[in-house]
Design a protein around this ligand. Structure first.
Ligand SMILES: Cc1ncc(C[n+]2csc(CCOP(=O)(O)OP(=O)(O)O)c2C)c(N)n1
Ligand SMILES: [Mg+2]
Length: 339
């Protein structure tokens, strides 16, 4: 297992920088494999990658108390699960609908679920999980547990009615919930300016009296600093927070349309990649003489091999028995998760 959450108490130490780079690079290679799995016809349903946005998942999730705090997100969920330390073989298995999958092969790419790590999905209905995240925070507050919820949602999702209802109640009851709007500039093929009347999405917190900020999501070190500050605040003062994080989606909306992004120019994509979080961190590592470009290349080759092995292991697993369709759907799941 390679992508376990890491100690970021000293994020600029050589070991941490290297580990952060490894974690983000691994996530990118892993998701390139996910795209390939989908295209080879081995994944049912639908699949969406986080490529280009890895600094968000690494930056925020490493700043959590993993296994204690909660994470909930939409369908672009592989990077969140990996950063939490969910088993990569089980994620591949889930994507391919195998019995060994993280959700027993019943959810697919969009419905990763790993309560032991604090991951409560993986949800396909745009905006639909946001009240569930607020509910997790309500549960924690009610039980006087000092858990914090990272409630990730897209820029498109930030327009959903239920999101506004959740923001209202989260502030009304001062729930320890951080609403993280991943502003990757697109909702499917619709650019931000065409779907949001006010493109400063962090202002969604304003009418509810909720603290809100717009942050850069392309620099993992900055993201870690922001995440620590805001998570500490929410844990200590028990109130919600809304952040809009500026990032960019490199691939198409989903694996089925990755190469057909007719709604943007190649030049725009090229410019966005100049801010790439991995390149930025690699340059810093090289500048500080922590590793040479050759060593980073070797790391990449090793990770590519690991991902291939993990894929092969997942692919060897069987599909669930037909009988399984009746199990682990409602109440028996409650007992199993032990919360
Ligand atoms: C309620 C609902 N409406 C429409 C869809 C179809 N749909 C899937 S993804 C998506 C765009 C969401 O964009 P955003 O929230 O920005 O997330 P991103 O894909 O950029 O991560 C839409 C409209 C859906 N899944 N659910
Ligand atoms: Mg978006």
């Amino acid at each position: 297992m390679l992508v376990t959450p890491i100690d970021i108490s000293n994020p600029e130490s050589p070991d941490t920088l290297l580990h952060l780079y490894k974690q983000m690079l691994y996530t990118r290679i892993y998701e390139e494999k996910c795209n390939q799995i989908y295209r080879s016809g081995k994944a049912g349903g639908y699949l969406h990658v986080y490529i280009g946005m890895e600094a968000l998942s690494s930056g925020w999730i490493n700043a959590l108390k993993v296994g204690w705090d909660y994470v909930i997100t939409a369908y672009r969920d592989h990077a969140h699960a990996l950063a939490l330390g969910s088993d990569p073989v089980k994620i591949f298995s889930e994507i391919m609908g195998r019995s060994t999958g993280l959700s027993r092969g019943k959810g697919g790419s969009m419905h990763l679920y790993d309560p032991q790590k604090g991951l409560y999905g993986g949800w396909g209905i745009v905006g639909g999980h946001v009240p569930l995240g607020a509910g997790l925070a309500l549960g924690a507050k009610y039980k006087k547990e000092d858990r914090v919820v990272l409630n990730f949602l897209g820029d498109g999702a930030s327009n959903a009615g239920v999101v506004f209802e959740s923001l209202n109640m989260a502030k009304l009851w001062n729930l320890p919930c951080i609403f993280i709007i991943e502003n990757n500039e697109f909702a499917m093929g619709t650019r931000l300016e065409y779907h949001a009347s006010d493109t400063e999405l962090h202002k969604r917190g304003m009418p509810f009296g909720m603290k809100h900020e717009r942050l850069d999501g392309m620099d993992v070190l900055q993201t870690i600093k922001d995440a620590k500050r805001i998570i500490n605040h929410v844990r200590e003062y028990q109130e919600p927070y809304l952040v809009e994080i500026m990032c960019y989606r490199y691939a198409g909306h989903g694996a089925a349309d990755n190469d057909q992004a007719l709604y943007r120019t190649k030049d725009e994509l090229y410019k966005a990649k100049e801010r790439d979080p991995l390149t930025k961190l690699a340059n810093l590592i090289i500048e500080k003489n922590i590793a040479t470009p050759q060593q980073l290349e070797t790391m990449q080759e090793e990770l590519e091999e690991v991902v291939e092995e993990q894929y092969a292991e997942a692919d060897a697993a069987p599909a669930p028995e037909a009988e399984e369709v009746y199990h682990h759907i409602y109440t028996d799941m409650e007992v199993e998760r032990g919360h």
